[in-house]
Design a protein around this ligand. Structure first.
Ligand code: 6PG
Length: 243
């Protein structure tokens, strides 16, 4: 296993979501105690959605919490496929977070304009020593091709090192995405990777088992902070110590 990773396995995805939401709340409290704010980049996809629902129940100082997104699809913010809309419906509409603390990626017809605007939005996040936005927490899901955020296999975005956010055309989806880049993901104080389902099991085994060539985007992560994997039994089913 890569030494920077720790992981927990939950018997089913509901338990995974509960543990992840409790950890999210704990990290928010810790960050607010230490730095008086909590800046978090959220993930899209189905695995984190129940986590957002469960966060409604947490007593948190929402006025000190700032929500950002790790990636967004090429759709307006009111589109059913929007990552922002998913979090809005699951969480934002149910908690007293000020509108000014919510920072969606607004994808427009001119996608480079969206990227430039988000780059400016990211200026509100603390900086790491090398000048990058340093999130208190970045949440990530993982696709069954090993993509994280919208860093897909063979994508031009995989080698971007000089800017925190880029647009990228995803061949297999025939569509554009906007995504944070590795340097920002790596600079986060905390990373939570939420992975459920059997189709992810071979990649989970390869990443956490620590052998084999590097062929998936998730393997290019090199977190500088804490990085915790939340797995359900199905996703963990091919880990060497379990087989
Ligand atoms: C998105 C993502 C993406 C997602 C993975 C895993 O916009 O789709 O942010 O990176 O997290 O595809 O998604 P699931 O949890 O649905 O498998």
């Amino acid at each position: 296993m890569k030494s920077q990773y720790s992981y927990e396995i939950y018997s089913e995805s509901g338990q995974l979501a509960r543990a992840a939401s409790q950890r999210w709340a704990e990290l928010a409290r810790e960050s607010i105690r230490g730095r008086n704010s909590f800046h978090v980049a959220l993930a899209g996809g189905s695995t984190p959605k129940p986590v957002y629902h469960l966060l409604q129940q947490e007593e948190l100082e929402w006025d000190k919490i700032h929500l950002y997104w790790g990636d967004e699809r090429d759709v307006p913010t009111d589109h059913p496929e929007s990552n922002y809309l998913m979090v809005k419906e699951a969480l934002i509409d149910h908690v007293p977070i000020p509108a000014d603390n919510v920072h969606p990626i607004r994808v427009q017809a001119d996608i480079e304009k969206s990227v430039e605007e988000y780059r400016q939005v990211l200026d509100t996040v603390h900086r790491s020593s090398d000048g990058l936005p340093c999130f208190d927490l970045v949440m990530l899901g993982m696709g069954d091709d090993g993509h994280i955020a919208s860093l897909f296999p063979d994508s031009s975005a995989l080698t971007v090192a000089n800017t925190p956010v880029v647009s990228v055309y995803v061949e297999k989806l025939h569509s554009w995405r906007v995504t944070l880049t590795y340097p920002v993901l790596n600079a986060a104080r905390n990373l939570m990777l939420l992975v459920s389902g059997e189709t992810k099991a071979p990649i989970v085994a390869q990443v956490l088992g620590g052998n084999g060539e590097e062929k998936y985007p998730v393997q290019k992560l090199a977190p500088q902070g804490r990085a915790e994997w939340y797995l359900d039994q199905a996703a963990a089913s091919q880990l060497p110590e379990l087989t």
